[in-house]
Ligand binder design. Structure first.
Ligand SMILES: Cc1cc2nc3c(=O)[nH]c(=O)nc-3n(C[C@H](O)[C@H](O)[C@H](O)COP(=O)(O)OP(=O)(O)OC[C@H]3O[C@@H](n4cnc5c(N)ncnc54)[C@H](O)[C@@H]3O)c2cc1C
Length: 419
């Protein structure tokens, strides 16, 4: 069997998951360790690319370039003392201080660790609504974004062959379920980009219908009301039809039936109703909260385990100030990773881990590639300033993990996507 590790006397830090959290942690540790730290860093991630999930909306409706939201890990770690093993952590053996690495069906390699960091993220959550799983796509991976793109292109082809106007409009009706940030980003991109794509296919944008369905009475509950109003005005400008305050009863191949009995015609349905922690985390013998996230203490140690940390979406960190569990956001995944890297460096050099103090300095949601809404410190922003801030936070991340070259390359790609 191919092996991830060579025999070593060094202390080994194993990081499971190379998403926002795992990549940030491995890069920061790789840049800061010294030979005297006598440590080996092993990142275990099944994909050779980090999927930049917060940029998926651009792939879903943009030109077919999935690599746009994938960061190539071999390039990121080219010059860093980090070994990347393109495999998955199958199980955790906390009492043996080891993980089993390998595909679900085996074989598995036992890899001992000095410290383990679990950063395996989350998956899309699909509730048991009749027809939802069969007829809707989710939006939690590059594969999902490509699937949406494939379905949209398929509908373009059907519409192009259809003479009857009503049938053409039905073929060109798209619906997003979920009025949170993810749903707004997808529906906004559909509203802004599809007219252009349709013209490219010789179709009339007047035949396009885009719907947003949300069970609660309003959208974007995490944002202040003034910003929610602006977001709704933007959706109206993009001709997105809102269906608020009615839950989805069922989904079929021609659309959505709401609990109040009304119908939303849609040939393509995207479900953006939430996420749940990596389901495998439940099988690792560690404590999880009722939603399935790994519980952690104030220093991000998995409950009762001083040699295991859990960070990012898979971990449920309870903010001691707000008494709320942190939401699944890249900005928290990144900060938890930076803090954990610093704690590991302290531990390597004989110190003690310090508690994590999360701060949310802002939040931005794009509604279409060139418009946004959000807040930062005390300021509320909308339109171009908000989208610039959102893209700036991406650029900061690219700069952190890949330096100026990556940040510049990706900024150029992103600007090209806006056109
Ligand atoms: C469409 C969309 C838009 C979003 N927009 C924003 C935004 O604008 N701002 C924001 O802050 N957040 C946003 N988010 C949320 C953000 O993407 C997540 O909070 C973030 O990805 C969490 O980072 P993570 O490292 O915990 O998990 P991920 O980035 O999901 O990484 C987890 C990694 O673990 C790997 N993995 C899984 N199982 C195993 C295993 N057994 N062994 C080894 N590796 C494993 C996976 O392959 C993956 O690479 C968005 C999410 C989506 C889906």
């Amino acid at each position: 069997m191919q092996t991830c590790v060579s025999p070593t006397e060094k202390r080994r830090i194993v990081i499971a998951g190379g998403g926002y959290a795992g990549t940030t942690l491995a890069v920061r540790l790789g840049r800061r360790i010294k030979p005297s730290d006598d440590v080996e860093i092993l990142l275990i991630e099944p994909n050779p690319c980090q999927q930049a999930l917060s940029e998926l909306d651009l792939v879903a409706v943009g030109p077919p370039r999935p690599e746009f939201c994938e960061l190539w890990l071999p390039t990121i770690f080219k010059d860093l003392p980090v070994t990347v093993c393109y495999n998955r952590v199958h199980s955790v053996l906390p009492d043996e201080h080891a993980v089993l690495v390998g595909p679900r069906e085996g074989p598995h390699e036992k890899v001992p660790y000095w410290r383990l960091v679990l950063a395996t993220g989350a998956v899309a959550f699909v509730p048991p609504v009749p027809g939802l799983k069969e007829h809707a796509t989710t939006m939690w991976s590059v594969h999902d974004a490509q699937e949406l793109q494939r379905r949209i292109e398929g509908q373009f082809r059907i519409a192009a062959k259809t003479v009857d106007r009503e049938a053409r409009v039905k073929a060109l009706s798209f619906a997003v379920i979920g009025g949170g940030a993810t749903g707004l980003e997808i529906v906004g991109t559909l509203g802004q980009m599809l007219p252009k794509r349709m013209r490219e296919h010789g179709l009339d944008p007047a035949d396009l219908r885009v719907h947003l369905v949300e069970g609660r009475p309003d959208i974007l509950y995490d944002l202040p009301e003034s910003l929610r109003k602006k977001a709704k005005a933007r959706l109206a400008k993009l001709s997105v039809q809102l269906h608020l305050g009615s839950m989805v009863a069922s989904v079929d191949e021609t659309g959505i039936t709401l609990e109040d009995g009304s119908r939303v015609d849609a040939s393509v349905v995207v479900f953006c109703g939430g996420a749940k922690a990596d389901p495998d985390a439940n099988t690792w013998g560690l404590e999880v909260d009722p939603s399935g996230r790994l519980t952690v203490d104030e220093s991000l140690h998995a409950s009762g385990r001083s040699d295991i940390y859990a960070i990012g979406d898979v971990a449920a960190f309870r903010d001691p100030e707000s008494k709320r569990t942190l939401p699944m956001l890249a900005q928290f995944a990144i900060r938890e990773a930076e803090h954990t890297a610093d704690n590991l460096l302290r531990e390597l050099r004989g110190g003690q881990p310090e508690p994590f103090h999360p701060h949310m300095h802002g939040e931005f949601v794009s509604i279409g590639p060139s418009w946004g809404v959000g807040w930062m410190f005390r300021w509320h922003l909308s339109g171009i300033p908000a989208i610039v801030m959102k893209r700036f936070t991406y650029a900061m991340y690219w700069y952190e993990v890949g330096g100026l070259r990556l940040a510049w390359k990706r900024l150029r790609e992103m600007l090209a996507m806006q056109r």
